[in-house]
Ligand binder design. Structure first.
Ligand code: NAP
Length: 304
């Protein structure tokens, strides 16, 4: 029986693991893919205290190694269900069933798709959700990025230094973010903004050839020939495995206040998966801290 099982090895889950191991708890981290979560894909992190600049890969790897050096068990298994019994909780993965006294859900969010026919088929054949992973494949080529949030703008700037030309396709008439990188992007010669428009088709047989873009007010469509399309339109919460047990909002984010406590005693939530106003690396780590310290209090109070 574990004291706490943490689901998700992103910054929130791994921070929780550090606090749990320092409190001498018996901790297991379960991760379905790879450690680091979304931050693994960030080109440069410039807003984490203590680092002027660090790559997402290096940050995530340092954090993972820190947790491993504390002797924390990390298993790469996908959780499919959580059960709440009277005396303990059960976590069912595709390989095992684990018993634990408390749980921290830190599963984060995954890429939102445009939802267009052909999108899945052309993934890895011109379509990508990760500029830092795949950007170099498009050196001196013509690409587009769609989205208007920080990720789209940061990624567009990164790509503009690699590709011949990049179109930035955004559905609003104006950007709604305040970003130094947006100012930098506007000054680049190889960037063309297509605003107030949506991609309505991704075209190509075995490889992406073009996208069809429709302007919102006029409904006029045009086809843009492309080698690559980067989709950066936000994320959707990964809460399928626990929706039957913890309360979520209508989008699937888990409801909990600043104490990171869900509606179920002994189940806590941390990071982007929690209903919250600001989702940043720093706030994910903050949640991991709060969730684990409150899990420790729970374990003491319950005299487990
Ligand atoms: P986001 O802030 O949720 O932005 C998603 C963007 O995609 C929005 O511009 C949205 O348009 C657009 N969009 C959503 N659904 C769409 C659809 N179906 N079709 C077309 N466009 C669609 O996501 P994000 O940029 O990944 O950022 C996530 C969080 O991480 C944010 O809190 C962000 O501030 C943070 N972040 C921070 C940094 C940094 O500090 N440098 C870097 C990256 C991310 P609308 O504007 O019309 O809704």
């Amino acid at each position: 029986m574990y004291d706490t099982i943490i689901i998700g090895a992103g910054p929130a889950g791994l921070t929780a693991a550090i606090y749990g191991k320092n409190a001498r708890k018996n901790i297991l981290v379960l991760e379905k893919e790879t450690y680091g979560g979304q931050i693994l894909k960030a080109d440069k992190i410039k807003n984490y205290p203590g680092f002027n600049e660090i790559s997402g890969y290096e940050f995530a790897t340092k954090l993972y190694n820190q947790v491993k050096e504390l002797g924390c068990e990390i298993n790469f298994e996908e959780v499919i269900e959580i059960k709440n019994n009277n005396e303990f909780k059960e976590i069912i993965t595709k390989k095992n069933t684990y018993k634990t006294k408390s749980i921290i859900i830190a599963t984060g969010a995954e890429n939102r798709k445009l939802g267009l026919p052909n999108e899945d088929e052309l993934l890895g054949k011109g379509i990508s959700y990760c500029a830092t992973c795949d950007g170099m494949l498009f050196k001196d080529k013509v690409v587009a990025i769609t989205g208007g949030g920080n990720t789209a703008i940061d990624d567009a700037l990164y790509l503009s230094n690699i590709v011949k030309k990049i179109y930035v396709i955004y559905r609003q008439k104006e950007f709604r973010i305040d970003s130094i990188n947006l100012d930098k992007l506007k000054n680049k010669d190889n960037v063309e903004f297509i605003l107030n428009s949506n991609i309505t088709m991704v075209n190509g047989n075995k490889i992406l050839e073009s996208v069809t873009v429709k302007e919102n007010d006029t409904n006029i469509e045009k086809v843009i020939n492309l080698d690559g399309l980067f989709i950066a339109i936000g994320h959707i919460p990964v809460s399928g495995m626990c929706k039957n047990i913890v309360q979520t909002d209508d989008k699937g984010y888990i409801i909990a206040g600043e104490e990171c406590k869900t509606n179920i005693d002994g189940i806590f939530v941390a990071g982007d998966i929690r209903v919250k106003g600001i989702r940043q690396l720093t706030t994910a780590c903050s949640d991991g801290t709060v969730a684990m310290l409150n899990a420790c209090k729970y374990l003491t109070q319950k005299k487990h």
